[in-house]
Design a protein. Structure first.
Length: 425
């Protein structure tokens, strides 16, 4: 089987879920090898944005590509329909920043693509294959991806609602099974979330006709298509976010409490492993770290680098001992590592990775510009070993966005999203 596209253009229209604005979306045939691309027909010059993890930006409750005026929001259902049908080359033209939500599932997009006709137009299919397992923890989301011949999903979710609770499902994802089992599963939310999300400028286009809305006891003004429609929808979201790999994915993925950002992080890790490259010999010891970072005692807060994937991911170790000077005053008789220093340790680990992206790093310094979504999960005490995992979410010249997670014994103790810039010293 060769690469696939569609036979003719087809348009679908409606309002977006979060921005609430009308959008006409047109699927257009594409040349062999083009891949998946979006085009913003409403902007001057009709800029093109690739459907690729390299331009994915961390965003709440959606998958976002790019930022600023050219940003695309909530593209996961569109991409799920495309990937679920095994389409490799396609242009997705939109006259707004967010695709229509339709009924809250991928099914209207899948039906439109089938109406346009799926055609094999030759060329070699790009497939992301793993050489060994990949494990990712991103906040509450955990993923294990194993080498496989095709895409298989084991998904588990857990929501504090009597109609959801814990749900699990397993699917070998093919165009047929995706259409029968996942495509029509709709997005959902609790009414108790509405005020908070609308206060953040989200779900402006949500209604009971395009969202499974849940009050304290059940579904509001709607009926479920399956008793486990909730976990099916999360699996459908995973299929859509995996499309950002730039090709088809062959892996058996076990996803616990999957999220958009978590799946994006997984895609980055799988691509890095498949490429099989690292920019330094590991481990990087303290003497090497001191040649990379300008920090010195008592403010050098990373002891060793144990994993590094160029421009993608880094893992560092900080050994927390009773000899740390901050324990004298924080707190006497009850030593706790200050949370701001845990964040600083994450920033320093990220700085080691960023220094590998610039020339003459000994003449540079990393300045952190913003912190978002900082969460402290549990105290860090003397004797703990911090494992700090940092992933680059977006890299543009000397500026970047990163996501850091600090763990002790595989338990998340702190996480934060950060923006940084590399400057001359």
């Amino acid at each position: 089987m060769g690469r696939r596209t569609i036979a003719r253009a087809v348009t679908i229209a409606g309002a977006g879920l979060h921005l609430g604005r009308p959008c006409a979306l047109t699927f257009e045939p594409a040349a062999v090898g083009q891949g998946l691309r979006f085009r913003r027909s409403d902007l001057p010059g009709a800029p093109v944005i690739p459907a690729h993890v390299s331009v994915a930006v961390a965003a709440e409750r959606r998958t976002q590509l790019g930022d600023g005026d050219q940003a695309l929001h909530t593209v996961e259902h569109v991409l799920a329909a495309v990937a679920g049908l095994g389409i490799d080359d396609l242009t997705i033209a939109m006259d707004a920043a967010e695709p229509p939500i339709m009924d809250g599932s991928a099914e209207p997009f899948r039906v439109a693509l089938l109406d346009a006709g799926i055609v094999d137009h030759g060329g070699e299919v790009t497939v992301l294959r793993l050489r060994e397992p990949v494990r990712i923890v991103d906040g509450e989301s955990t993923y294990v991806a194993m080498p496989a011949e095709g895409l298989a999903l084991d998904v588990r979710i857990d929501f504090p609602h009597p109609l959801i609770g814990t749900q699990t499902g397993q699917w070998a994802v093919t165009p047929e099974s995706f259409g029968d089992e996942l495509s029509a599963a709709r997005t959902f939310g609790l009414l108790s979330w509405v005020e908070e999300l609308r206060g953040k400028g989200l779900i402006k286009g949500a209604s009971t006709t395009n969202t499974i809305a849940l009050d304290a006891t059940g579904v509001v003004e709607n009926t479920l298509r399956w008793p486990d429609e909730f976990v099916r929808h999360k699996a459908m979201d995973v299929v859509g976010d995996l499309a950002l790999a730039g090709g088809r994915v062959a892996a058996h993925i076990t996803a616990t409490k999957p999220s958009h950002q978590g799946t994006v992080t997984l895609v980055r890790a799988m691509l890095a492993q498949a490429a099989g490259h690292s920019n330094r010999e590991l481990p990087v010891d303290i003497e090497q770290i001191m040649r990379i970072l300008p920090h010195r005692y008592p403010f050098l807060l990373v002891d060793r680098i144990v994993e590094m994937q160029e421009k993608t991911r880094i893992v560092g170790i900080k050994n927390v001992t009773i000899n740390e000077p901050f324990f004298q005053g924080h707190f006497p008789g009850h030593p706790i590592m200050p949370g701001v220093l845990i964040v600083e340790a994450m920033a320093q680990v990220g700085g080691v990775l960023l220094m590998g992206t610039v020339d003459a790093p000994e003449t540079k310094v990393v300045y952190f510009m913003s912190l978002d979504n900082v969460k402290f999960r549990r105290p860090v005490k003397p004797g703990d070993q911090l494992r700090i995992e940092v992933d680059i979410v977006q890299l543009r010249s000397t500026m970047c966005r990163i996501k850091g997670v600090a763990k002790v014994d595989d338990t998340v103790v702190c996480e934060a999203d950060m923006a940084a810039v590399v400057r001359d010293r």
